[in-house]
Design a protein around this ligand. Structure first.
Ligand code: FES
Ligand SMILES: [Fe+2]
Length: 417
């Protein structure tokens, strides 16, 4: 349960809010590379942290992310002409480069200085792993771009499911930090329907949580013999990334995992990116079939307006929900709470311990931020940037071996939950 003040503090992300200010200090996903695939292709609208923006790829392949509305008189640049290294407004032809400089004002008299007096809002972008990331904070506070391990994998070994959630980011993030729902929401009744990642599901695991500088590390530990345990390690990474150990194991090691970004589009909607990858081999057609659950605009075909096409017969005989595809099941659970759930009315239990910790971490981060302390997990000196600790793992360990040996650092502080 949260107080009303805490719930508001955590969920409001528009410009001028505390959480919005904190999130703007991180590099966050803006869109997929495939949405602006080629130089001079049509621009696309991007709504991020409550701001309406337009992304385009210029003639040289550089990406611009601009305020959607022209600095002259506000026409949408979404309708603009993407030509010769700039985006040109269709109303009077003002032209912008990727940095927001006004490079032409053709309706003004020759020699006009107007273009030199205007700077259009533009956010820097970095492309990695098939995603375009942006930084929306002050220029002099820009951190090093975090080169997480999953962003360096060859593109063929990656697939990303992007989807639009009609609820606040924190609802979706709560779901990522809630392993208890796996045995209910995602349950399949057929004996062969047991999911790979639910191995040993019958034994309720013990959880150990280490608070890290970047967020949390969570180990789910299941005893599988008198002196053996099976450990799955997940991570929560600031500002809204959940890394989960899904996928096949090869010789007892994970061949990749999933990083889920719950990116606030505004206070009431979220862009969810499920970033899957394999270390060893390309994705197959089957792997990427999961994308079929959204249309070309990344909106879900099953959604709150058609009750997720829930089939009550399927609910009796096939799976727990009567809804196909786990991302739809997650969406139904989180969106049906309403755009921003009233957390003063919750009744949290032991199974909610992890999400309670994540909320506490975020609350502390945002309150510290309000008092001028630096946001957690950011690095400003590329010489000291090491993101290799941020990963998932699974392991079969002897009773006397700690899962922490999987990670060579020791900066965590152990807490049992
Ligand atoms: S409104 Fe864009 S050039 Fe006039
Ligand atoms: Fe789920």
């Amino acid at each position: 349960m949260l107080s009303r003040e805490e719930n508001d503090l955590l969920t409001r992300v528009r410009p001028g809010t505390a959480m919005g200010g904190l999130f703007r200090r991180y590099w966050i996903p803006a869109l997929l590379s495939e949405e602006i695939p080629t130089p001079d292709c049509p621009p696309v609208r991007v709504r991020l942290l409550g701001e309406d923006l337009v992304a385009f790829r210029n003639t040289q392949g550089k990406i611009g992310l601009l305020d959607e509305h022209c600095s002259h008189r506000g026409t949408s640049l979404f309708h603009g002409r993407n030509e010769e290294c700039g985006l040109r407004c269709i109303y009077h032809g003002w032209k912008y480069d990727v940095e927001g400089n006004v490079i032409e004002t053709p309706a003004e008299p020759a020699g006009s200085q107007l273009k030199n007096k205007v700077h259009h809002t533009a956010y820097p972008c970095v492309e990695a792993g098939g995603m375009v990331f942006t930084y929306m904070g002050a220029k002099d506070e820009m951190p090093v771009f975090p080169t997480y391990s999953w962003l360096g994998v060859p593109q063929k070994q990656i697939y990303i499911a992007k989807s639009f959630l009609e609820c606040n980011y924190l609802q979706a993030l709560d779901g990522d930090c809630d392993s208890a729902h796996l045995n209910f929401l995602h349950k399949i009744f057929k004996p062969d329907g047991r999911r790979e990642f639910l191995r040993y599901e019958d034994q309720s695991p013990a959880f150990e949580v280490d608070e890290m500088d970047f967020g949390f590390r969570v180990a789910a530990i299941r005893k599988i013999g008198p002196d053996k345990s099976y450990v799955r390690v997940s991570q929560f990474v600031m500002p809204f990334i959940g890394c989960v150990p899904v996928g096949r194991e090869v010789d007892g090691k994970l061949d990749g995992f999933k990083a889920v970004y719950q990116v606030p589009s505004d206070d009431h909607t979220t862009w969810r990116y499920d970033f899957f990858f394999k270390w060893s081999k390309p994705m197959t057609k089957e792997d990427s079939s999961k994308r079929d659950f959204v249309g070309p605009d990344y909106r879900k075909l099953r959604n709150v307006r058609n009750n997720y096409l829930q089939d009550r017969q399927v609910q009796k005989t096939v799976n727990f929900t009567g809804i196909e595809e786990f991302l739809n099941q997650d969406a139904c659970a989180t969106e049906s709470m309403g755009p921003i759930v009233d957390r003063t009315k919750e009744h949290l239990g032991v199974s909610d311990s992890y999400l309670i910790q994540v909320r506490r971490f975020l609350l502390k981060a945002v309150r510290d931020f309000q008092t001028g302390k630096p946001p957690p997990g950011l690095v400003y000196d590329s010489a000291h940037a090491d993101f290799s600790r941020i990963r998932c793992d699974v392991a079969y360990l002897s009773a006397n071996v700690s899962w922490r040996t999987l990670f060579e650092d020791t900066d965590g502080q152990t807490q049992k939950v």
